[in-house]
Design a protein around this ligand. Sequence first.
Ligand code: ADE
Ligand code: ZN
Length: 338
Amino acid sequence: MSELKTFIEDLPKAELHVHVEGTLEPELKFALAERNGIALPYTSVEEMRAAYAFDDLPSFLKVYYEGMSVLLTEQDFFDLTYAYLEKARSQNILYAEMFFDPQAHTSRGIAFDTAIKGIRRAQLEAEQELAIRSQLIMCFLRDMSAESAMETLEQSLPYRDWIVGVGLDSDEKGNPPLKFKEVFARARSEGYRLTMHCDVDQDNSVQHIWQTLNDIGVDRIDHGVNALEDDALCAEIKRRGLALTVCPISNSYVTDGLKAGQVKQMLEEGMRVTVNSDDPAYFPGYMAENLLATQKAAKLSKVQILQLSINAFEGSWLPENDKNGYIEQLSEFADAAP
Ligand code: ADE
Ligand code: ZN
């Protein structure tokens, strides 16, 4: 086991599903609250963590949005993003695609520019100082209107070069992919890559995944575990070579279990499945812990763990040349591993 642990820790990794606001650890939340003169309803980090009592998507989202109240200034967004990138690099993550939720900030009076400028500055500084590369994906909140998403898309256009793609997150119940068909068509025409959350074990999960393929034309699927309930759907995802960004520890909080067996099944079926952390400050575990938990539960081999990392680089939104460079690095790592 310890050899596998070392293998997982040392493996060069790419993370494709992490919400930057979901990396806000209680310690930083307290520090930002103090800096901004905001009173929190907790007296200690322990008390705050104890209040993270969620057991489904809506109960998690309530805590997640409340936590953002401490993010006010560009420097706050810088500190948040830099802290994640530092942690990620310590786990040998060489490349990360991070989501951010602009509407969760603009809806409480924080300018789009404030959030994105802080995040961008941290990305550039981390690339220089820590040698971790990253790109940004803007998510629309699916429990807000399609009009609000379209306005947000328009707000993003001056920053087009800082954003690689758009996604869809928040509460899926009653908010199918189809609701955002025009927004995503417009995003595509602006040159953005497209992804959408199809959270695990939601109402109509399978139907929602089909919509992402047939009505939206996504380039990737976030979560998407329920695809395994439909053989034709799996075949189509595989035919299109779409990556699925599964988040095992997150699954164990919002539904039942890690769904590690499903990760293994997808690997065995040759689907481009990846393992990610989602909101690691809330679902405790960054990428290495997610890989370790999945390996342990499903008894993944080193070859399968390596394949997860290959899938992540292949499924990333990097230029082909850069992907190939990272995959070459992975094959050197595998050759040198005991
Ligand atoms: N926003 C942040 N994390 C999320 C998740 N796992 N599902 C939907 N929306 C989210
Ligand atoms: Zn997510």
